[in-house]
Design a protein around this ligand. Structure first.
Ligand SMILES: [Zn+2]
Length: 237
């Protein structure tokens, strides 16, 4: 039964290592989450910057168009003074009316573009500030996480050394079984207990003959379902 005491100690060290690894993963996930957020915002910023450039080009085009129509309008208005027939006056007035409508439409478009550009500029500035803050936060968190993980890895290393020396204390028949079961990296624990003639982990029924052998405790036995080492009843608690 002495061997099972050692096996239980190994099991509890192995469980602790699982907990440490889970903590390491959870901490590392904080960085991943931040990185994803930064990446998303960076690509939004890029899109907005492209849109901003394009809108500015479009605005310049509209403004040029508008000023050329205004020149035409001024020309037509000045021509009004030098025509005499009603027909000529009517035709010029028609053209002036048409050009005035065009300028009004263009002005509306120019206004829309100016608003769009302004809102894009606001968004771009927000993103730049957000990213600057996030990148600094990421640096701080990365340092925090690295320190935390280094500490936990150190503890895992110590536990592994202890596990190794405990394995060496075991009789060879147990040593091999423990080593090979540990290397399977079973989730939660590498030992199981007997619960109503079944494995407490996977509920596989254990045959009566095997139960007797397990409870004698001279040899280690594995569960045929989950491959965990089954602890004899009097060593389980
Ligand atoms: Zn099992």
């Amino acid at each position: 039964m002495e061997s099972f005491k050692i096996i239980k100690e190994i099991d509890s060290l192995d469980k602790k290592n699982d907990e440490f690894n889970a903590l390491i993963d959870r901490e590392s996930a904080r960085i991943t989450k931040l990185e994803q957020m930064i990446e998303k915002r960076s690509s939004e910023l890029k899109e907005d910057q492209t849109k901003h450039q394009e809108s500015k080009k479009d605005l310049t085009k509209l403004e040029n168009e508008s000023s050329s129509i205004i020149s035409k309008l001024e020309l037509k208005s000045s021509q009004l003074a030098s025509v005499f027939t009603q027909e000529q006056i009517d035709s010029l007035n028609k053209e002036i009316e048409h050009l005035t409508n065009e300028t009004n439409e263009l002005d509306e478009k120019v206004f829309e573009y100016m608003e769009l550009i302004e809102s894009l500029e606001e968004k771009i500035n927000d993103s730049i500030n957000f990213l600057a803050g996030s990148i600094q936060t990421k640096e701080e968190i990365t340092q925090e996480v690295n320190e935390h993980n280094e500490q936990k890895n150190e503890l895992i290393k110590k536990n592994n050394e202890r596990i190794k020396s405990l394995i060496n204390e075991l009789p060879s028949i147990f040593r091999e079984k423990v080593s090979s079961t540990l290397s399977k990296k079973l989730k939660g624990a590498f030992c199981a207990t007997i619960d109503k003639d079944c494995c407490n982990w996977c509920k596989t029924t254990i045959a009566k003959v095997k139960l007797d052998e397990i409870n004698r405790g001279d040899k280690p036995f594995s569960c045929s379902g989950c491959h965990r080492i089954i602890l004899p009843l009097n060593a389980a608690y």
